[in-house]
Write a protein that binds this ligand. Structure first.
Ligand SMILES: Nc1ncnc2c1ncn2[C@@H]1O[C@H](COP(=O)(O)OP(=O)(O)O)[C@@H](O)[C@H]1O
Ligand SMILES: [Mg+2]
Length: 231
C-alpha cells in the first residue's frame, strides 16, 4: 500500500440532492480516513466548495464583483466545508484548515489528518490538492468526485460519452481545456491542477466518491475509476 496520499473530496459530495449537508456521508469519510491513518498512511484532505459555494458565487456574479473576489468566497466556503470533516474526525484531525503552504508545513509537523479548503484565487480546490500532493511528495492524488471517472466528454451533457480507464497527462489536458475557468465553474479538473500533476508526474485517480469505500479501494491500488499517469 502507498504511504502518503492526498484525497480531494468534491464539494458536490458533502451535500445531498436537496442541498442539505450529507451528515452520513461525512461520517463515512471520517471512518474511511481514520482507517487509512490507523494503517500508517499520511493523509491530507482537500474539500471543495460544492453547492453552497456556487450559490454564493452566483450572487456575487449578480453584483459584478471581480472574479478573484468570487473565488475568495468559494475558498471561504470550502474551508467551512473542511471544518465539517474536521469535526467528524475529532482528535484524529489537525484542528484548523491550513490557509497557505506555510500553515500546511506547520500542520505537517504533527501526526494528524490535515483537512483544508482553497488557498488562493484563480484555481480550483483540485489545484490545491495537486500542490499539496506535490509539496508532500505523496504517492497518489485521489480525486473523489460525483462521476466514476474521466469520460470522453461531460457525461451530464453527452449520454454517449465513454469512460476512459487510463490516460496520460497530455490526453487529460485535451479533455480539460475545453471546460470553463470562472469562479464556481471549475469542472472536473482545472489547468493549474493539471500542470502540477503533470510536471511532478503525480499518479492521479479520479473516482466516484459517493461510495466513501472507493477511497479505500483506490488507496489500496485497486483498479477503479480513471488513472492518470505518465505513459
Ligand atoms: N470529461 C469529463 N469526464 C467526467 N466528468 C466530466 C467531464 N467533463 C466535465 N465533467 C463534469 O465534472 C463534474 C465533476 O466536477 P464537479 O461537479 O466540480 O464536482 P466536484 O464537487 O467533485 O468538484 C461531473 O459531474 C461531470 O459532469
Ligand atoms: Mg469541482
Amino acid at each position: 500500500m502507498v504511504k502518503s496520499v492526498v484525497v480531494k473530496i468534491g464539494g458536490s459530495l458533502i451535500f445531498t440532492e436537496k442541498g442539505d449537508v450529507n451528515v452520513d456521508r461525512i461520517s463515512q469519510y471520517a471512518q474511511v480516513l481514520s482507517t487509512l491513518k490507523d494503517d500508517g498512511m499520511n493523509l491530507c484532505v482537500v474539500v471543495g466548495g460544492g453547492k453552497a459555494a456556487r450559490d454564493f458565487i452566483k450572487v456575487l456574479h449578480k453584483f459584478n464583483v471581480p472574479e478573484a473576489q468570487s473565488d475568495m468566497m468559494g475558498i471561504r466556503v470550502s474551508r467551512i466545508n473542511a471544518l465539517l470533516l474536521i469535526a467528524a474526525l475529532g482528535k484524529a484531525a489537525y484542528p484548523c484548515p491550513p490557509r497557505e503552504i506555510p500553515e500546511l508545513a506547520k500542520a505537517l509537523t504533527t501526526d494528524k489528518i490535515i483537512v483544508m479548503g482553497g488557498i488562493q484565487p484563480g484555481q480550483s480546490t483540485n489545484a490545491v490538492a495537486a500542490v499539496v500532493a506535490e509539496y508532500t511528495r505523496s504517492d497518489m492524488l485521489i480525486n473523489a468526485t460525483s462521476v466514476d471517472g474521466v469520460y470522453t466528454d461531460d457525461p451530464k451533457e453527452d449520454p454517449n460519452a465513454k469512460k476512459i480507464d487510463e490516460l496520460d497527462y497530455d490526453d487529460f489536458q485535451e479533455l480539460v481545456i475545453k471546460k470553463g475557468s470562472r469562479a464556481g465553474e471549475y469542472a472536473l479538473f482545472d489547468l493549474v491542477a493539471l500542470k502540477i500533476v503533470s510536471r511532478s508526474s503525480i499518479l492521479t485517480k479520479i473516482i466516484n466518491g459517493s461510495d466513501p469505500n472507493n477511497i479505500l479501494r483506490a488507496a489500496k491500488g485497486e483498479k477503479i475509476g480513471t488513472t492518470i499517469h505518465r505513459r
